[in-house]
Design a protein. Structure first.
Ligand SMILES: Nc1nc2c(ncn2[C@@H]2O[C@H](COP(=O)(O)OP(=O)(O)OP(=O)(O)O)[C@@H](O)[C@H]2O)c(=O)[nH]1
Ligand SMILES: [Mg+2]
Length: 321
């Protein structure tokens, strides 16, 4: 039987980082397929992940939990037929709930070994009221407190207590019996997505799904949280500094920026990865597409338009999402 893990967690918490750092390291001899879904219709994670894994399936439009169950299931079936993987890892979009994906995998006869919710320990306070984030914690049985390098031990203890509180409050229940779907959960700490191997060893196998909550009601979270994204393209040649300047001017409600840009002063294209004020850059040797930045946050349309007006290089397409 094929095993799988679902990796969930809010925008920019470190899901892809976990896939590139931990998973690759712990399963060198296994055939691994990655399914990645990104918020919005332009995916950049898959470009990063294809540098590491040979089989990456990108489910790119919308969010898998809302509209794409069919596309998800047929995509996964295809990857199984073509590649015959031993383990499938599904990275859900930061804006989707894990439970419907869990159900889809079960539908396909794939064993779900765990639903891992990655948490940004430094920024948990900034997003813990978000209903999607709460359902992501509630719908998982392994919690990984990532980015612990950015906080002290005392802060980590405080965040852990907050996480447990949210987890317990939003723990997903069987709607028929009122009992939690997962019997228990475990919490690990990590830096750069590097977790202990036991997280993946199936020892926390989802033993007992008491009874699937068939009438699980989907939360219309994208509307409720007003999470939106805007894609802006670079219209002229730019320097590395231009990208930095744009990121410095971001208002607080834009908390996630991803993109790929070619700049004059660096040989390879650069993958830009910004989350809650922190930014990292990575070279992407294979990329020769357009230079773009994807802005994600709450009610951001006006802010992105202003950023584009203030910058000589950025512009929104006439029909933007
Ligand atoms: N300091 C620090 N930065 C981290 C850590 N883990 C990830 N990051 C950084 O956080 C940013 C977001 O990481 P990703 O792995 O892309 O996050 P993600 O959850 O896949 O993001 P989405 O798919 O967009 O929701 C990147 O700039 C990473 O380099 C960590 O443990 N410590
Ligand atoms: Mg990602």
């Amino acid at each position: 039987m094929i095993s799988s893990f679902v990796i969930t967690g809010f925008l920019g918490v470190g899901k892809t980082t976990m896939l590139t750092n931990s998973v690759k390291q712990y399963f060198p001899d296994k055939k691994i397929a990655i399914v990645v879904n990104e918020f919005g219709d332009i995916g950049v994670d898959s470009k990063v992940l294809t540098n590491v894994y040979s089989e990456v399936l990108e489910i790119s439009e919308g969010c898998i939990c809302c509209q794409l169950a069919e596309e998800f299931e047929s995509g996964v079936s295809e990857i199984i037929e073509k590649y015959d993987p031993e383990i499938i890892f599904v990275e859900t979009s930061g804006a989707s709930e894990p439970f419907p994906i869990f159900l889809s995998l079960q539908n396909l006869g794939i064993s779900v070994e765990g639903v891992i919710c990655v948490v940004d320990s430094k920024n948990f306070d900034a997003y813990k009221e978000n209903s999607t984030a709460q359902y992501q914690l509630g719908g998982s049985n392994i919690i990984v407190m990532n980015k612990t390098d950015l906080i002290s031990d005392e802060e980590a203890m405080a965040v852990e207590a907050e996480i447990r509180e949210v987890k317990e409050k939003f723990d997903i229940k069987n709607t028929m019996t009122g009992k939690p779907v997962f019997k228990n959960y475990v919490l690990h700490r990590a830096e750069q997505g590097l977790v202990n191997k036991e997280v993946f060893e199936g020892i926390y196998r989802v033993e007992e799904l008491i009874e699937l909550a068939l009438d699980h009601k989907h939360l219309d979270h994208t509307v409720k949280d007003s999470l939106t994204q805007k894609v802006a393209y670079f219209t002229t040649d730019i320097k590395f500094q231009d990208v930095d300047d744009i990121l410095e001017k971001l208002p607080k409600n834009i908390y996630r920026v991803k993109g790929v840009v070619s700049v004059e002063d660096v040989h390879n294209a650069i993958f830009v990865n910004y989350a809650f004020g922190d930014v990292s850059f990575e070279e992407l040797p294979e990329y020769d597409g357009k230079s773009l930045l994807i802005f994600i946050g709450e009610n951001i349309d006006k802010d992105v338009a202003e950023l584009c007006d203030a910058s000589d290089t950025l512009s929104l397409p006439r029909f933007s999402i």
